[in-house]
Design a protein. Structure first.
Length: 287
């Protein structure tokens, strides 16, 4: 397969779509090619938290579920039932309003909240990888320069909480399952294949958990995360997030890990089988 490098600064462009072609992600923007202005950089960085830039130059925290800043405790049964009941009541009350008032309120909320605006824009499509990532950050980790109080309210809602809990569960279950496999293949490379992976937060946190709980399972191992997705903006952020986590003070410091983006349209499922069979023929693969 041929490969090309994505420039991730001011010349960022969507590459021509070729299913299955591996694209090397340039994880860090070059110093002379950074789009971010001072207004896009996070002025109040939290100690112990890594940060990475989006392709637009916005600096965001990199989610690490082992860090208490991002960790969320699962609600008890009574609390969860109360959250579900409140969400259902709010929805019923909203649809009791006349149609013109509903449209007005949605318009007003979209002006007050970029998260709400992003959610409303998905009424006929899917929520993009980066918009989902922002929802998973949690209300206390949204930067004040790009978010407003209502954004934090949206992030603390049941859908936001559910997204964060799902991330924790997915990464934890994957880490538990793959540990045994890695212990039996000490010299094999590891490739993590993330279908419709976007920012690949689950794959990155899988590595964080393994590095923290079973560091010997990754020692000396060549690791590649391959992200299959239709758009490359989120995988580019994922590559930058990986480099941030591998920095001197990051939880993945010393890890021989890289990330590659593979253009893939999930509507073309017939192409996936052959590509996967080729990829899993060597090393340890995890889907």
């Amino acid at each position: 397969m041929g490969s090309v490098r994505i420039r991730t600064g001011s010349s960022f462009e969507e590459p021509e779509y070729h299913p299955g072609r591996i694209i090397k992600v340039q994880s860090a923007p070059k110093q002379d090619d950074i789009m971010a202005t001072r207004s896009n950089l996070e002025p109040e960085k939290k100690p112990g938290v890594c940060y990475a830039q989006t392709v637009e130059g916005l600096e965001l925290p990199v989610i690490d579920i082992t860090n208490p800043v991002f960790r969320v405790e699962e609600p008890g049964r009574a609390e969860m039932e109360a959250l579900i009941r409140k969400m259902n009541e709010d929805e019923k009350n909203f649809y009791r309003l006349p149609d013109f008032l509903r449209r007005f309120f949605l318009w007003a909320l979209s002006r007050r909240s970029f998260l709400m605006r992003n959610l409303l824009s998905t009424s006929t499509t899917y929520l993009s990888g980066m918009n989902t990532y922002l929802l998973k950050l949690g209300p206390d980790n949204l930067g004040k320069r790009y978010s407003k109080p209502f954004d934090r309210k949206v992030a603390s809602s049941l859908p936001g909480l559910s997204a964060r809990l799902r991330l924790q569960d997915m990464a934890s279950m994957a880490a538990e399952a793959i540990t045994t496999v890695l212990s039996k293949q000490l010299d094999a490379s590891l490739q993590i294949i993330n279908i419709a992976g976007g920012p690949s937060t689950d794959s990155l946190n899988l590595l964080v958990l393994l590095k923290r709980k079973n560091p010997e399972s990754l020692d000396g191992r060549v690791i590649t995360i391959r992200v299959l997705d239709l758009e490359n903006a989120a995988p580019v952020f994922a590559g930058r997030a990986l480099e941030a986590l591998k920095s001197l003070d990051g939880p993945l410091y010393g890890l021989n890990a890289s990330l590659e983006y593979v253009p893939y349209d999930w509507r073309e499922a017939q192409l996936l089988g052959d590509w996967l069979r080729h990829q899993i023929s060597t090393g340890v693969s995890w889907l």
